[in-house]
Design a protein around this ligand. Structure first.
Ligand code: GLN
Length: 279
């Protein structure tokens, strides 16, 4: 494979730059679209267009960032989740397709005009997907990071989703809020020292969104310990967790007196979400 971006020069056509790609073909197409301001269809219909000097320089710079390891979503500043576009930057985790399971499970359990809380909202992906799908819902989303909340607020506005945002260290600033029908969270659950933290896209994502700097379960413990008193009777707590944490999370829920404790599998068949109800 060529790793020299000097091959990306004025005069090269869109078609040629896809044949001699320095990157994974999909990544390459996304960056080409971004550099040229074209849609995917535009790349096809204008495949014989030759890049001018500015366009070539812009595309080469994007390819260089990707070759250096930066995630595609941060380079283009966007990622799709639940069929909606989300702005992302280094202050927030990049939404994962597996997290759509958490949204679907919450939607199935949210009563008409129900109240739902998203803890550690990051880009706002979960809260905005819920509010966009269920206009009748009262969605509250919190995060400890002001930078993340700024991104989440823009995502809610851009997707015309009505979400009440709150800066809060887990439940700390939530006192006095009426009880919720559903609490959801995709908290930091990677144990400190896990090798994944120093590999691939995760190197660029905010550490505080990925790891609890402990055994991986500390944020889940805090959420589980505090949810029961903030949920209505028979309310649901639903949490995403790591590939090997489902049994531990079920045990924590059972110990804390929840009922209907169960786990659901993600697109890869791995137990990825665990939830339970209050009495
Ligand atoms: N699912 C993410 C990963 O393993 C981690 C997200 C999180 O910690 N909430 O890449």
């Amino acid at each position: 494979m060529i790793t020299d971006t000097s091959a990306i020069a004025a005069g090269a056509t869109i078609a040629a730059l896809q044949v001699q790609s320095l990157l994974d073909p999909l990544d390459n197409r996304i960056l080409l679209c971004h550099a040229l301001g074209l849609s995917r269809v535009g790349l096809i219909t204008q495949s014989e267009l030759a890049l001018d000097q500015d366009q070539a320089a812009r595309f080469a710079a994007l390819v260089r960032r990707r070759l250096d390891g930066e995630p595609i979503a941060y380079i283009v500043g966007q990622r799709e989740f639940f069929g909606l576009p989300f702005e992302v930057n280094g202050a927030v985790l990049i939404p994962r397709p597996d997290t759509e399971l958490l949204v679907e499970l919450a939607l199935e359990r949210l009563p008409p005009r129900g109240r739902v809380l998203d803890m550690g909202t990051g880009s706002g992906a979960i809260a905005v997907a819920l509010a966009h799908t269920r206009r009748d819902a009262e969605v509250t989303a919190l995060d400890v990071s002001a930078d993340a909340l700024a991104v989440a607020r823009r995502n809610a506005a851009a997707n015309q989703a009505r979400v009440a945002f709150l800066q809060s260290d887990w439940y700390a600033a939530l006192d006095g809020a009426p009880p919720f029908d559903v609490i959801v969270s995709n908290p930091p659950y990677i144990a400190s020292g896990d090798r994944h933290l120093s590999e691939g896209d995760l190197r660029y994502e905010p550490a505080g969104a990925l790891t609890d700097h402990a055994d991986g379960l500390s944020a889940l413990r805090i959420i589980i310990a505090g949810a029961a008193q903030r949920l209505k009777p028979r309310g649901w707590l639903l949490m995403e967790h790591g590939y090997d944490q489902s049994a531990a999370v079920r045990q924590l829920l059972t110990e804390q007196g929840y009922t209907d404790v169960q786990s659901w599998t993600d697109l890869a068949g791995i137990e990825r979400v665990t939830g339970a109800r209050t009495h």
